[in-house]
Design a protein around this ligand. Structure first.
Ligand code: KG4
Ligand code: ZN
Length: 346
């Protein structure tokens, strides 16, 4: 069976082809970086129009690349939510129309579950050992819109142990990157700037909620503290790099200490890191060190290209669900998307 995955929850138009026997054949995406640079952030209406423009040509490119015909697709998985409603609706409409035309089933996938299972993607062209995590495990999802610690008991069976009370980690990184005049304004650029830091002590921030014995996060006060430092005086490029370093370390150390606490509380021994922020090098290195020091804990990261939004994770999640229960497909052809969709309700 070949599953076409479609992801359009925000500003990435992404498609993937997943073969149920071989694994992920390939994936493709278009990021709206020029629009991000022009508008300083995502404009929902512009993002939705861009998806409409790119979905069809990207699908043709992907099929051509793998020498497949559109009729070789046996099922279509699409992101049903959560996300920007206009963007989601473009993907749902594309998926359901194509499914109806080809007389093949469709399945709506939760974007957060997609992120959470991204480290289970098996690549068809990769012969190295495939040893994904096994349920139950602890998962940190840290993206532009969400930051949460989740106990994953099984497919579609998740318990949120803690989440952000205000801004997501990625959102705080993006807004601070913008104040530091980074272009396009995001966490990846902030982390590149942090690498140029020559004085790690020049600035420091308080780690939010670190002393609280719960698994919640809060990043909006930290973001304001950074804004006050940035606005206070005219900063040299080195000052900016030093602020970027201190800010990044504070966010990532906070995520790490909540992961540690989550492992202690749940007594789970597998930790999965997912979402765009999981691409962060400081976070990955320090979590790996944590696991080296605690040999009973195993850590899993998605490959870098599967950390940020992509359709491979959507297709893979659909594959795992179909494999478990082949009656999980949509029962109607209604065009529905969910701007909010709680992981615990799956
Ligand atoms: O998962 P994602 O692509 O989209 C959402 O579902 O939100 O996550 C995007 C977030 C952005 O906030 C971006 O700043 C952050 O992931 N991000 C990073 C890195 N790459 C992307 N944050 C820190 N370090 C990175 N290397
Ligand atoms: Zn995402």
């Amino acid at each position: 069976m070949i599953i076409l995955g479609i992801e359009t929850s925000c500003d990435e138009t992404a498609l993937a082809l997943y073969d149920s026997k071989k694994g992920l054949l390939g994936h493709i995406l278009h990021s709206q970086t020029t629009q991000l640079m022009k508008h300083g952030g995502v404009l929902p209406e512009v993002a939705a129009r861009s998806h409409i423009q790119y979905l069809s040509p990207l699908l043709s490119n992907l099929l051509n690349k793998y020498n497949l015909n559109i009729t070789d697709i046996n099922a279509i998985a699409y992101t049903k939510g959560p996300g920007l409603i206009g963007s989601l609706l473009t993907g749902v409409t594309f998926a359901k129309t194509l499914g109806f035309g080809l007389k093949i089933p469709t399945i709506g996938i939760n974007h957060l579950e997609g992120h959470l299972l991204a480290c289970m993607i098996k690549e068809a062209n990769n012969n190295s050992d495939y040893s994904p995590p096994k349920f139950p495990f602890l998962a940190l999802i840290a993206s532009g819109g969400h930051t949460m610690l989740v106990q994953a008991n099984d497919l579609s069976s998740y318990q949120i142990l803690g989440e952000t009370l205000d801004d997501a980690a990625g959102e705080a990184l993006d807004k601070t990157a913008k104040l530091l005049d980074l272009n396009p304004p995001n966490g990846k650029e902030l982390s590149k700037l942090a690498e140029l830091s020559s004085n790690h002590q020049q600035f420091s921030f308080t780690k939010p909620l670190i002393r609280k014995n719960n698994l919640n996060f809060s990043f909006s006060g930290l973001k304001t503290a950074a804004m006050l430092k940035i606005n206070k005086k005219s900063l040299s490029e080195i000052d900016k790099a030093n602020i970027a370093y201190a800010f990044q370390v504070t966010i990532m150390d906070t995520l790490i200490s909540k992961c540690k606490l989550g492992l202690e509380i749940t007594k789970l021994n597998q930790l999965i890191i997912a979402g765009g922020v999981s691409a962060n090098n400081y976070l990955r290195t320090n979590l790996l060190n944590l696991c080296k020091a605690n040999s009973h804990i195993k850590i899993f990261f998605p490959k870098l290209e599967f950390c940020t939004d992509n359709a491979a994770m959507i297709a893979c999640t659909a594959f795992l669900k179909i494999q478990k229960n082949n009656r999980c497909f949509d029962q109607d052809i209604d065009i529905n998307a969910l701007a909010r969709w709680d992981l615990e309700s799956l």
